[in-house]
Write a protein that binds this ligand. Structure first.
Ligand SMILES: *[C@@H]1O[C@H](CO)[C@@H](O)[C@H](O)[C@H]1NC(C)=O
Ligand SMILES: *[C@@H]1O[C@H](CO)[C@@H](O)[C@H](O)[C@H]1NC(C)=O
Length: 240
């Protein structure tokens, strides 16, 4: 939730957003503000001013040396001018100027692991576990598919905080391993544009008991087979 960080009668801040990463190591600040005689538009990262608008020179200034490779944003100066104009408008409406600074934590993407509760044996009840960790903010949504069909009956615990301020959550799905079944857990989170998925292929886990090298070869040959099958299927469709 937004936190009011400071208050001053001098400036109206149109927006001031301070973003801190979950581990507290990095912070990002963006300020747009004005008074009747002064305007400011500034971007900072980790305590350094990365860019500001110079309204006299009519351009964005990137004060860091060029080898730091400051990110130049096209249209940033035009945006700053537009912000100043609406800030000046607000100054007329708001009787007492104030500074508001929103503090938020940046979103951090989760990492996902999939494994089973017990050693896998065909036909023996077991539980698939989808462990999601390192994300901010909470929560994530986890959904499961079996052979590309949605399955219900999974459970998920409430978000649990990690030491670094991020969260973890675990989803469980009871299943009975059968040859050829492929399970997938899909994780949705604010930081992701599309779900992050992990696959559990029963065959790989039951049959590949030798060194992982053989497992890799077996899996590759299997995939070549699937690709060839798909190719002929497509050809067949084209002829009809
Ligand atoms: C295995 O799971 C199914 C469905 O979840 C259940 O009906 C069955 O009793 C279980 N079998 C054993 C041996 O636990
Ligand atoms: C989780 O699912 C709910 C209900 O479908 C949805 O409103 C919400 O936005 C989802 N959350 C994320 C992080 O995708």
């Amino acid at each position: 939730s937004p936190t009011i960080m400071f208050y001053s009668p001098l400036l109206l801040f149109l927006s001031c957003v301070l973003c801190v990463s979950a581990d507290g190591q990095h912070s990002d600040i963006k300020i747009a503000g004005c008074s009747d005689s002064y305007g400011e538009e500034m971007y900072g990262l980790d305590g350094e001013e990365k860019a500001y608008a110079d309204f006299n020179k009519q351009e964005m200034i990137y004060p860091l040396p060029p080898f730091v490779d400051p990110m130049t944003v096209p249209g940033a100066y035009e945006q700053a001018v537009a912000n100043q104009q609406s800030c000046q408008q607000n100054l007329k409406i708001v009787p007492e100027a104030l500074i508001l600074c929103l503090m938020c934590l940046c979103t951090v993407a989760p990492s996902v692991m999939i494994y089973t509760r017990d050693e896998v044996e065909f036909g023996e009840n077991n539980t698939l576990i989808c462990h999601v960790t390192g994300f901010y903010p909470a929560p994530v949504n986890v959904s499961w598919t079996k052979n590309e069909q949605k399955v219900t009956g999974s459970s998920i615990n409430t978000p649990y905080p990690n030491k670094d301020g991020s969260f973890r959550q675990t989803s469980r799905l009871d299943f009975t391993p059968q040859l050829g079944d492929i399970y997938r857990c899909a994780v949705e989170h604010l930081s992701l544009t599309e779900p992050l998925t992990k696959i559990y292929d029963v065959e790989v886990h039951v049959l590949c008991v030798g060194p992982s090298v053989f497992c890799g070869v077996g899996l590759t040959l299997g995939l070549v087979g699937v690709a060839a099958g798909t190719f002929f299927l497509v050809k067949g469709n084209e002829c009809s």
